[in-house]
Design a protein. Structure first.
Length: 91
C-alpha cells in the first residue's frame, strides 16, 4: 500500500512540473514558463530524492534482514556476557 501511495505521489509531482510551467507562462510569458519549469522541477526533484531514499532504504533492510537479526543476537549475547562479568566482579 505504501509503494502505491508513493507511486501516485510521484505522478502528482510530475504533474506539478507541468502545472508550474503553464502557470508561469500564463503569468509572465516565456520567461515565466522557464521559471515555472525550474521551480516545479526543483520542488519535484526534492520529492523524488526523498522517495528514492525511502524505497532504497526499505530494499536494503529487506535484503539484509538476516544480517540485522544475526547482529542483534550477537549484541544481546555480548550484553549478557558483560552482565555476568559485572555480577561476578561485584564485591
Amino acid at each position: 500500500m505504501r509503494a502505491f501511495i508513493i507511486k501516485i505521489t510521484d505522478l502528482v509531482m510530475s504533474v506539478v512540473i507541468v502545472a508550474a510551467t503553464f502557470f508561469g507562462f500564463a503569468w509572465l510569458g516565456e520567461t515565466g514558463a522557464i521559471g515555472g519549469f525550474i521551480a516545479g522541477a526543483a520542488a519535484s526533484g526534492f520529492w523524488f530524492v526523498l522517495s528514492a531514499i525511502y524505497q532504497n532504504g526499505n530494499t536494503l533492510i529487506e535484503q539484509n534482514r538476516d544480517v540485522i537479526a544475526l547482529l542483534e543476537e550477537q549484541l544481546d549475547a555480548a550484553s549478557n556476557r558483560q552482565e555476568s562479568v559485572d555480577s561476578n566482579t561485584t564485591v
